[in-house]
Ligand binder design. Structure first.
Ligand code: AMP
Length: 421
């Protein structure tokens, strides 16, 4: 079905046509009818940038808002100024014939113009969380008539430490009226799902998955934790185990001595509920077979292994692979550990513990597998710290107007938008 066959207003069809958009993408095809279906449905969609997710929420919003009311009816939360502009342009183009006004608000620039802009009457506000809270506290923005709250790139928002801000906004927006939550995220980590569940009645929450495998090798999603002090590595690992609660996992170590040490500690640790086993190079074929049989039968649920010991093994279904040690020297070993487990369940995760001095190794692995390995945090403070780095060190220096070639639009060109994050 094409957009011209959708039951949407002609003004939107005309705008879409001018944008050169005729056929819905996967996420649009799945999300748009769901949003129209009931005004109680909340959406949690796993979709990355480039999948058309912006129009997936923009079309139903533009269809359903009331142009005769001059107050804010939709709030779109985005993690960065760059995305804010991008989403704003989509709304601007889409509302060309529909007389709805959108405004973009983000930090790092004067607030006064944004205040004037909102006061001039806008129905849609696209905002980074901090600046929106500022405007809300100044009473420039009210959530009284809000019918939609969109969380765009929710996982990135959490990565950047915006959870308290997002929480605050959702709570304020949802405490009187009951707007619909449309959440979009490239990954669906527990924290992201928690937000969706916290702010919607579960029975009204529709989950949509159109993710591409960008974060995977084979069928396995990859993450890492940075370990800033090697002496805390063991305890950090136990916290990660508690958080992940793996059904069945393999823990890779670099030497059998370290493996034996880890085995002993985990076995003695009351916090660890797993049944621990170890596979190491000195074992006879018979012993290995018994260990693997126990692992398959779930008599062992956490198997510690070295690369040598695990080589050539028929690895059964596991929910998690942990690199307690990153493979030394050789990037390919990483792929052997992760990639070989092709039978890993779809929901499988590979989690590496990376000591600060090994960070360049993670970058090399990312380059080698040509995938992003996403960073996770054990403590909120660390996420905050990274967030401040993200915020105040723009990757691209904004160019002065005089530096922009004449044939390039200003200020709408991307070059003008410094990227935070
Ligand atoms: P997004 O994932 O929302 O950032 O969109 C990625 C790009 O796909 C943008 O340049 C959109 O203009 C474009 N796009 C979105 N939906 C469609 C569609 N149905 N057909 C063609 N292009 C689209």
């Amino acid at each position: 079905m094409k957009f011209k066959d959708y039951n949407i207003k002609n003004e939107i069809k005309r705008a879409l046509d001018e944008m050169g958009i005729q056929t819905p993408t996967d996420v649009q095809e799945k999300a748009i009818p769901k949003i129209f279906e009931s005004d109680k449905t909340h959406i949690m969609a796993q979709a990355q940038t480039g999948t058309g997710k912006t129009l997936a929420f923009a079309i139903p919003i533009v269809e359903q808002l009331d142009p005769t009311l001059r107050n804010i009816q939709a709030v779109v939360l985005v993690p960065t100024r760059e995305l804010c502009k991008q989403v704003y342009y989509v709304f601007r183009d889409l509302t060309k014939y529909r007389h709805l006004r959108s405004v973009e608000v983000y930090g790092g620039v004067s607030i006064n113009r944004q205040i004037e802009n909102i006061r001039a009457g806008a129905q849609i506000v696209i905002a980074t969380p901090g600046r929106l809270i500022d405007l809300y506290k100044r009473k420039t923005v009210s959530f009284k008539n809000v019918r939609f709250v969109v969380l765009d790139e929710a996982d990135r928002m959490l990565d950047m430490g915006f959870l308290p801000d997002v929480d605050y906004i959702l709570f304020e927006a949802m405490k009187n009226v009951y707007p619909r939550l449309l959440l979009f995220s490239a990954t669906m980590l527990k924290e992201v799902k928690d937000i969706a569940h916290d702010y919607s009645w579960d029975e009204d929450l529709v989950e949509i998955d159109v993710s591409h495998d960008d974060l995977t090798v084979g069928a396995c999603k990859q993450f890492y934790y940075e370990i800033d002090n090697p002496r805390h590595k063991y305890n950090n690992f136990v916290s990660i185990l508690q958080r992940e609660n793996p059904q069945s996992c393999i823990v890779f170590v670099n030497t059998k001595r370290w493996g034996a040490n880890l085995e002993r500690r985990l076995k003695d640790d009351k916090r660890v509920q797993l049944r621990i086993g170890m596979l190491q190079g000195d074992m006879s074929q018979k012993q290995r077979e018994i260990t693997m049989k126990n692992f398959r039968k779930k008599k062992i649920t956490c198997l510690i292994a070295t690369d040598v010991a695990a080589r050539g093994l028929d690895i059964p279904h596991v929910s998690h692979i942990f690199n307690y040690d990153l493979p030394v020297g050789n990037v390919e070993n990483y792929v052997h550990r992760i990639g070989r487990t092709s039978r890993m369940e779809r929901a499988g995760k590979a989690i590496s513990l990376v000591e600060s001095e090994e960070m360049n190794m993670i970058r090399r692995i990312e380059l080698f597998v040509n995938k992003e390995i996403r960073k996770l945090y054990l403590r909120k403070e660390d996420r905050e710290k990274d967030r401040s780095v993200h915020r105040y060190q723009p990757k691209f220096k904004p160019r002065a107007k005089s530096e922009i070639p004449e044939d390039e639009e200003y200020p709408e060109s991307i070059a003008d938008t410094s990227m935070y994050g």
